[in-house]
Ligand binder design. Structure first.
Ligand code: NDP
Length: 454
């Protein structure tokens, strides 16, 4: 790579080099670009961090370890299938690798690396001593029986177990991996290792080592982050109409917290379409369909009555709202959707999902003065409560829901404050993307520098 001391030229060269060395990984390129684009102001103040002779930036974009493995499993008819398993252990300068497992057909090494890279800075922002990692498989749990999902999880863990541990690498859930999957994965880990090592996975059930409020944490945290952003502008969530995408773990608890705070969430979606309910989402019905029956949101409209309408294949962002919560998947909110939301008067966007907003859409929101909370900051509540789950496991204790929720609220306030203040300090007031990226980066970089060449 070009050995220049000009910080911007260094960043451009590093970006080009990363793209060349990691071909066909567009999501990873996008995540790296977003962080690098924020860092120039840091190097102006702290040039030592960009010193080419340290190679710090080159090390940060390269995972410490990448594990790829075969996952053979048998369906209910006796047929053998082969999926691919991944675990990317990206950076452990601040603590054991920590980050979820995603089961979705779109998962490949580039997707896992984008998620792992984001996770480094997100985890640093929580201040809780956790490194960054991510994993998953191209297995699609949709339409599979419980027995098939169990056999898949057992096969997946039969390889993964040798790479993880409560002080090494601690996976959790993500898309397609919820309480059911964590149960099967934990059971197989325990069986192979003959150890009750509760802290090896988070998102466990509450009767066997899980934390209160862990299922709720990402969605709740994303709403609390939006409330903080609005408070800076003298606004609140009460009485605001909200548009939420997705209908999984993050979306459901985003809707729940919005309702608790007096807002009116009117949508939910899945990969086939969205539902808009002018009376506000009936959460009990949505949960019955998604969590119990594992059905589609189209069934919500069919059962809810005349207040709800299902739009097959449409964009949920066409629905007018004061606040928006993209909570499904990456790049689900593009330029056109951003223009529509802005035209309809949106005041804040809080990313419950990871990288759901395209870079062009982020720019449009920022130019229009919309408060924009990037996933690294806004959805860090999930991993934060995972770290609290690890703390409870280590001390063999179980905290009350009220205590965990209080800690979560405090952590979200602190992530908002550090992102806000860092943006101000580096001359980008109100720009939470810059603030979160720089604050996370400084914590990781400082730890790496004093730990020698790692
Ligand atoms: P779930 O599997 O519980 O739900 C995912 C939801 O998103 C489903 O409604 C799914 O619909 C929809 N979805 C998935 N892929 C697509 C797609 N390609 N197009 C449209 N819709 C899609 O996952 P989570 O709620 O846990 O995760 C949602 C997002 O939040 C992800 O970006 C994840 O990385 C992020 N996140 C999750 C955390 C957690 O604690 N769970 C923590 C931090 C971030 P369908 O069923 O049709 O696929």
């Amino acid at each position: 790579m070009k050995d220049t001391k000009d910080p911007q030229a260094r960043l451009d060269a590093l970006r080009a080099d990363t793209e060349r060395r990691n071909p066909a990984q567009p999501e990873f390129h996008q995540a790296v670009r977003e962080v690098l684009d924020s860092l120039a102001p840091v190097f102006a103040v702290r040039p030592e961090l960009a010193d080419p002779s340290l190679g710090l930036l080159e090390r940060i974009v390269e995972p410490e370890r990448q594990i790829l493995f075969r996952v053979p499993w048998q369906d209910d008819h006796g047929r053998i299938h082969v999926n691919r398993g991944y675990r990317v252990e990206f950076n452990s300068a601040l603590g054991p690798y920590k980050g979820g497992l995603r089961f979705h057909p779109s998962v490949d090494i580039g997707v896992v690396k984008f998620l792992g890279f984001e996770q480094i800075f997100k985890n640093a922002l929580t201040g809780l001593g956790i490194g960054g990692g991510k994993g998953g498989s191209d297995f699609d749990p949709h339409g599979k029986s419980d027995a098939e999902v169990m056999r898949f999880c057992q096969s997946f863990m039969t390889e993964l177990y040798r790479h993880i541990g409560e002080h090494t690498d601690v996976p959790a859930g993500d898309i397609g991996v919820g309480g059911r999957e964590i149960g099967y994965l934990f059971g197989q880990y325990r069986r192979i290792t003959n150890r009750w090592e509760a802290g090896v996975l988070t998102g466990k059930g509450q009767g066997w080592g899980g934390s209160a409020i862990r299922p709720e944490a990402t969605g709740y945290g994303s709403v609390l982050f939006a409330a903080e952003m609005l408070a800076v502008r003298g606004l609140g969530l009460s009485g605001q109409t909200a548009v939420v995408s997705g209908s999984g773990n993050v979306a459901i608890y985003t809707i729940e917290k919005l309702q608790q705070l007096g807002a009116n969430p009117v949508t939910a979606s899945d990969s086939q379409g969205y539902v808009v309910d002018e009376k506000g989402i009936d959460l009990a019905l949505l949960r019955q369909i998604k969590e119990v029956e594992r059905g589609r949101v189209s069934e919500y409209a069919a059962r809810r009555g005349p207040s709800a309408k299902y739009v097959a294949g449409g964009s949920v962002w066409d629905v007018a709202a004061d606040v928006a919560f993209p909570s499904a998947t990456q790049n689900e909110l593009g330029e056109e959707a951003a223009r529509t939301l802005i035209r309809n008067g949106v005041k804040a966007v809080s990313e419950g999902a990871n990288m759901p907003t395209t870079p062009e859409a982020v720019r449009l929101f920022q130019e229009a003065g919309v408060a924009f909370g990037p996933g690294k900051a806004a959805n860090a509540g999930g991993v934060a409560v995972s770290a609290l789950e690890m703390a409870q496991n280590a001390s063999r204790s179980a905290w009350t829901p009220a205590r965990v929720e209080e800690e979560l609220a405090e952590i979200m306030r602190s992530i908002h404050a550090v992102s806000y203040e860092t943006a101000e300090r580096y001359g980008a007031p109100g720009d939470y993307v810059t603030g979160a990226n720089i604050a996370g980066f400084e914590r990781v970089a400082d730890a790496m520098l004093v730990q020698g060449l790692i």
